[in-house]
Design a protein around this ligand. Sequence first.
Ligand SMILES: Cc1cc2nc3c(=O)[nH]c(=O)nc-3n(C[C@H](O)[C@H](O)[C@H](O)COP(=O)(O)O)c2cc1C
Ligand code: SF4
Length: 577
Amino acid sequence: MSLATPSRVIPLRPVGAAPRAPRPVLKGRQPDAAARAAVRDALTPLAAGGLRRDALIEYLHALNDREGALREGHLVALAAELGVPVVEVFEVASFYHHFDVVRDDATVPRLTVRVCDGLSCAMAGAADLLARLPALLDADVRVVAAPCIGRCETAPAALVGQRPVVHARPETVAAAARGDTGPPPAHPDLVDFDAYRAAGGYALVRELADGVRDPAAVLAAMESSALRGLGGAGFPAGRKWRIVSGQPGPRLMVVNIDEGEPGTFKDRHVLERDPHRMLEGMLVAARVVGIDAIYLYLRDEYPDVRRTLSEALDALRAAPPAPLPRIELRRGAGAYICGEESALIESVEGRRGEPRLRPPYIAERGLFGRPTLAHNAETLVWVRDIVTRGDEAFAAHGRHGRRGLRRFSVSGRVREPGVKLAPAGITLRELIDEHCGGMADGHTLYAYLPGGASGGILPARLADLPLDFDTLQPHGCFIGSAAIVVLSQHDRARDAALNTLRFFAHESCGQCTPCRVGTAKAAALMAQPVWDADTLRDLGAVMADASICGLGQAAPNPILGVLTHFAHEVGAGGDQP
Ligand SMILES: Cc1cc2nc3c(=O)[nH]c(=O)nc-3n(C[C@H](O)[C@H](O)[C@H](O)COP(=O)(O)O)c2cc1C
Ligand code: SF4
């Protein structure tokens, strides 16, 4: 099946029943007693130590889960309970895609089905699924097209309520909508707390607490390792620990489990199976850097991981290997931009996820104005092995002159998509042949995205480049979170690029004009049969130069990839790659 053509690319707005209610009118409204009672009731389980302004998004989730939407009267009452202006609550609620603000008397859907229309799912037939589903579902079930839900290896995928449906077909989604829609049970391969401890887990944390192991030696081991941040930016992990530990306390930490980059699913893969390895890495970092409180920020699209992590944290708290810092698990609300670390921090503070201008860097002034250590979940997964096993665990690996191991999320036209643990520097061709069982039947390699939506697009003739940080920049690409999407002769690079630009336009926080206007304008131009290459290049230059954060700065990468390597597809001249 070929990738959706531009005219068939599916909308990012609800396609099923229940169109959005008219914008609520909140101005000047006073809370009524019934709404206040309902809000207090919904918030009781969360309000043990009193209500907190920074937990606003958790409160909005509590109301949204209970009602299926956010009713305007409840927002007014929530503002009163928190003692903040109504507009403050409304502007946060209206920012996040998983919250629907409706009038008090609106009829809300019983259930929401989110059909992923990210690139890998679009390639696997998401448009067809979206077109056929509404007819099979009850009128009170809403279908929405959703940005990548992080299950690309089993595309097409959908979330029925909180239950993922993989390799989704209209019939299987409809059956799920009639059945249990809560999070699925734990992964069968889960290493639980007892099993993790029995295999030597948390010994490192205990040794640090008991003074058997020197924090300075752990920091030195991290600095000499080849470990770089695996969330995308690739900053050396040990160096970051050194910088933050040199800042005045109290210091805070955020763990980034937003995993929103289309094509990326490695964090989910690890956390479903081995959550304590990440938690141990987190606690080691906290001890070495001197962290007072930790916030884990988990995307809302991973309800199963939320359950697994909550249970893992409960087990850890019940039998801590050493005194623990304060740890909070926070729930995202469907905004890709909240993976950007300063936007994530805004979100943890209970605000709209709008990235901050730098400097100051978050290592100096981050969460609640304090020096903050931010790490991707997988970066922390490596800590235990690097400290206890040294080079053999990590840096001894690598190919084509590169050092380290990486978890590649591979999806698209390969026989065995999935998370592949492979040497840094492996080439795409080697990755497909050695780890993915070759190309899928009937498909030959045509193009690939080496770093999800942001990392650009390369042709098959460049399939022998080492995949690692810094190796792809000369080709206008980067590896980012190592999300590899493989395209074949049945796909078009222009469709992939259009899919990513529509994603960026949808997910732009709107704070700066080059990104807000540029992504939408570029997507419109790219939907034309012949691309206006000059205008697209100009737009790309402005976005790259003048956007505040990495979303707007990287958004031109897929456009430039097409213009450079696939010009024949867009009527801009050039030979077949
Ligand atoms: C638009 C955008 C989205 C991002 N999304 C994520 C994400 O989902 N997960 C993540 O770990 N890092 C993400 N990052 C990178 C973070 O800003 C940050 O560099 C990272 O969490 C730091 O951790 P690390 O050093 O362990 O990689 C994103 C960056 C940008 C610009
Ligand atoms: S570049 Fe885009 S996402 Fe980033 S701050 Fe500007 S508008 Fe927001």
